[in-house]
Design a protein around this ligand. Structure first.
Ligand SMILES: [Zn+2]
Length: 395
């Protein structure tokens, strides 16, 4: 149909007919410009923006909006005319609220088109880090069996306390209900409750999974099963360590849940979920089954908000057990140079690699944590918990 139209137009022009009249015979929607979409390319829907992403002013954060729209159209962004250059448009807007809708509207002969995104402003942003340790269960079994006088007679908790005293580091330990060999949380005594509470300003416990096996337990599980497991562990943490020690989960085992689980998790107090958002053979993995576009974005940004559930996703910046000691700093350093990844350091490892009986035991595991903590501390990053405020920062 398009070819036919052009053919007719060409014919009319070559036959020296009135040029203006020739266009009338061809529907305008078929010319190149108006068939293009109107799209905001930047910022990304769900982006968490801070002072590194724009210009802080007395009234808010001034940021640039960029996108594409039909060549002939007039474009406004939040009601004000945008600059055009070819098929592109650009405008500046001011973020003055926690969340801002950005609306690009293009109008032309073929009608109106609109694209709408929402962004989060991290108004009180400051460089911060969190340290999260997954797959915890052996230390609980150890304390329960050895009946230590103090929690910190367990070498693992002692090691964390030393790092806390040295760097003011805070840790959240994501725990299992059972080690899978007969030990379950109800066997953990409540006689350390006072000690847990005294240390709750830097040491928290959170649900991670029922057990280490099977892998990816919640990837295809009904949300009700995940929530039932969460509730069981939460009840035990409250019993033996007190409310002060409890943190809602910030990492679910294997970083995979059904999309329908996000709202129920948010109802249990989940505010942030960390994952790897890494490229896999097909699509992305350890990404809470987010769509490709958001997973790809998260693979190179600190954070992204899912407005449906209210949960903010965070990309893990270093996994200490899989990063050799001499690679810890070279892994973190480039992130501090990237405005999209510099503000929040999501530090991470797994408990099992601390234990000599574990087949993949790492004798230098504690040194790796020390290297990561020294690096963030020297650069002014403050220790936070992700379940508080906005990614641990003031809201
Ligand atoms: Zn895990």
């Amino acid at each position: 149909m398009r070819d036919q139209c052009l053919g007719r137009r060409q014919f009319l022009q070559t036959s020296a007919a009135v040029a203006g009249g020739a266009v009338l015979g061809c529907p305008r929607s078929l010319s190149a410009g108006p068939s293009e979409p109107t799209v905001i390319d930047e910022p990304f829907h769900g982006a968490v923006l801070n002072r590194r992403h724009g210009e802080p002013t007395d009234d808010g954060l001034k940021i640039r909006v960029r996108g594409r729209a039909p060549l002939r159209d007039r474009v406004t962004v939040n009601g004000r005319p945008a600059r055009r250059a070819g098929g592109r448009f650009a405008a500046e807007i001011l973020l003055g609220e926690k969340e801002t809708d950005i609306v690009a509207l293009s109008e032309g002969v073929s009608g109106r088109r609109e694209h709408r995104v929402r962004v989060v402003w991290d108004r009180h942003s400051q460089p911060r880090y969190r340290f999260s340790i997954d797959d915890n269960s052996f230390f609980l079994r150890d304390v329960a069996r050895k009946k230590y006088a103090s929690l910190f007679d367990c070498f693992y908790l002692k090691m964390l306390k030393t790092l806390h005293e040295k760097y003011k580091a805070r840790f959240v330990l994501n725990i299992y209900y059972t080690t899978g060999d007969g030990f379950e949380l109800p066997q953990f005594p409540d006689r350390y409750r006072n000690e847990w509470q005294k240390n709750a300003d830097w040491l928290k416990l959170a649900f991670h999974a029922h057990a280490n096996e099977p892998a990816r337990p919640y990837q295809y599980a009904a949300p009700q099963r995940l929530i039932a497991d969460l509730d069981k562990v939460a009840e035990q943490i409250h019993r033996f360590a007190g409310e002060e020690t409890y943190s809602p989960p910030t990492v679910i085992h294997w970083g995979m849940v059904q999309p329908a689980a996000l709202k129920p998790l948010a109802e249990r107090g989940v505010r942030v979920l960390s994952g790897y958002f890494r490229r896999a053979a097909v699509g992305w993995d350890v990404n809470y089954l987010l769509d490709d576009a958001r997973s790809e974005y998260l693979s190179r940004h600190d954070a992204l908000k899912d407005f449906d559930s209210g949960i903010v996703f965070s990309r893990v910046d270093v996994v200490c057990n899989s990063t050799p000691l001499n690679r810890i700093v070279p892994t973190l350093a480039p992130l501090a140079e990237d405005p999209n990844q510099a503000e929040i350091m999501d530090l991470f490892t797994h408990e099992q690699y601390f234990w000599p009986f574990y087949p993949n035991y790492l004798p230098d595991h504690a040194k790796r944590l020390d290297a990561a903590l020294r690096w963030v501390t020297d650069r002014g990053y403050k220790p936070v918990f992700f379940h508080e405020g906005l990614l641990g920062g003031r809201e």
